[in-house]
Design a protein around this ligand. Structure first.
Ligand SMILES: [Ca+2]
Ligand SMILES: [Ca+2]
Length: 188
């Protein structure tokens, strides 16, 4: 009996407009606190994605080198690959290569796959004809083509002030899409 009267008296008929506004206000404050944190987390995830891909690229070039005793190009002097990095990346993916051609005729005549890209990255690569970082700038790649175990000073168009004692180096312009700023990511 009492129950019925409690329910029926209408003292708490639901949210009043004021209460609703307070709730919306609190949600707004929480969102404004959360969004910057989410952005930071998202940026961090993109940075990690770029770092991982750069590492994978280094590994793929190294594996290719072990297999073919050269890099996926024919020129002998060190050179940087930025805008046209597809030239050196395609053979790693076994895309548009000359598999089936005789020894020393094709850059990946064994038709091997050295690098696997996440499907989204792969789609973008096929569309753009270049391997871009998560912010849309092509990765810059330096290879030791003349076999002296270093990528000579001046090979890369950016960030390189001295010889780098690696056979493969990769860098990204970072989230600000501008070279030679603090957020650039390098493998060395
Ligand atoms: Ca060199
Ligand atoms: Ca930058």
């Amino acid at each position: 009996m009492r129950k019925t009267s409690d329910r029926g008296c209408g003292s708490r008929a639901g949210f009043t407009l004021i209460e609703l506004l307070v709730v919306i206000g609190i949600i707004g404050i929480l969102a404004s606190l959360l969004i910057p944190a989410l952005n930071v987390a998202f940026r961090k995830a993109e940075m990690n994605q770029a770092r991982q891909l750069m590492k994978d690229l280094q590994g793929a070039f190294t594996e290719y080198y072990k297999e073919y005793d050269r890099f996926s190009v024919y020129s002998k002097s060190d050179k940087s690959y930025a805008a046209g990095n597809a030239e050196v990346v395609k053979p790693l993916l076994n895309v548009d290569t000359d598999a089936g051609k005789g020894k020393n005729q094709g850059v990946n005549y064994k038709g091997m796959v050295f690098l696997e890209l996440e499907s989204k990255v792969r789609e973008a690569f096929d569309k753009d004809k270049v391997l871009n970082d998560p912010w849309g700038t092509p990765y810059e790649i330096g290879l030791d083509l003349n076999r002296d175990d270093k990528v000579e000073k001046g090979t890369l168009a950016h960030n390189q002030t001295k010889d780098l004692k690696f056979k493969v180096v990769v860098q990204s312009a970072g989230p600000d899409k501008t070279w030679e700023t603090k957020d650039d990511i390098m493998t060395w």
